[in-house]
Design a protein around this ligand. Structure first.
Ligand SMILES: NC(=O)c1ccc[n+]([C@@H]2O[C@H](COP(=O)([O-])OP(=O)(O)OC[C@H]3O[C@@H](n4cnc5c(N)ncnc54)[C@H](OP(=O)(O)O)[C@@H]3O)[C@@H](O)[C@H]2O)c1
Length: 258
């Protein structure tokens, strides 16, 4: 397919080359700043574009990989009606497209992307949504050409999946960050925790997270919990996070306090 990519950030950086590698032609890459557009366009032998009015109108599909808050305004400024267009956001509704656009959809890869990390898109779940049958066929064909894990899902369900992903990825990552800072403050390396982190992730691949829960809150060991809170004295955010997560675990397992 002839594809125009709108956006040259973390996701587009992975998606555009992978689409090209799998036989698609990236006609143009649009980004707000010329530097970003040129960097990605060079990678996929496409035309770099930094003005919305210069986006070519003859592509089979337009993939919108812009920051969520920019999607609506950029779409409104498009000077033509695209043959087919889909955004890549976990939380933006399919109704974001201007009314006159007929073939609209969502092309959401459920994975975390950073420019500096390699991701095998072949295994990434693609969660799709379409406004009509024509779009469904185009999106399905495109997604199946790059991934073995393709699903059609409603905007409401996609939002729930995105919410779950924030807990499973963004929040867990922030907790790693806190753990790393705590160790650093005692001049200890974060590397010490890496085997534990790998084993924690490995365990839930084989059984439910609920069954794999361990730790002082799981045992409702108040003595240990108090000693940890003592160590967090004066650290408002860390103390609040620790207390809230403890309360959530204790409430879930309802073990009598030791
Ligand atoms: N990254 C992920 O892990 C991930 C995973 C799944 C889905 N997604 C979705 O993919 C989309 C892109 O995410 P991303 O992480 O790739 O974003 P990003 O790295 O922040 O890149 C955003 C792109 O949007 C442009 N942009 C930012 N603010 C803008 C504005 N106010 N007006 C016009 N353009 C603007 C940037 O242009 P310049 O660089 O030229 O400034 C860049 O091309 C989002 O909808 C996101 O929800 C992301």
């Amino acid at each position: 397919m002839k594809i125009v990519i709108l956006g040259a950030g973390n996701l587009a950086w992975h998606l555009a080359p992978f689409l090209r590698k799998n036989g698609h032609e990236i006609v143009a890459v649009y980004s707000r700043t010329k530097f970003s557009a040129v960097a990605l366009a060079n990678k996929v032998k496409a035309i770099p574009i930094d003005k919305i009015e210069d986006i070519p109108s003859n592509a089979d599909i337009y993939i919108v990989a812009l920051q969520d808050k920019a999607v609506r305004s950029v779409l409104k400024s498009l000077k033509f009606i695209p043959n087919c267009i889909a955004h890549t956001s976990g939380s933006v509704s399919i109704s974001v497209f201007p009314k006159q656009f007929k073939n609209t959809g969502v092309f959401y890869p459920l994975q975390t992307f950073s420019k500096t990390r390699k991701v095998n898109l072949n295994e990434v779940p693609f969660l799709l949504e379409s406004s009509n049958l024509k779009t469904k066929k185009i999106l399905s064909s495109l997604a199946n050409s790059i991934s073995t894990n393709v699903h059609f899902i409603t905007s409401d369900k996609r939002k729930k999946i995105h919410l779950a992903a924030v807990f499973a990825n963004n929040f867990v990552n922030h907790l790693y960050s806190i753990a790393s800072e705590i160790l650093k403050e005692s001049k200890l390396p974060f590397d010490l925790l890496k085997p534990l982190i790998l084993e924690t992730a490995g365990k839930i691949l084989e059984d439910s997270p609920e069954k794999m829960q361990t730790g002082p809150a799981r045992r409702n060991d108040q003595e240990i919990i108090k000693s940890h809170l003592q160590l967090l004295k004066g650290q408002k955010n860390r103390k609040a996070i620790y207390s809230l997560l403890n309360a959530s675990i204790i409430d879930k397992f309802k073990v009598k306090a030791k």
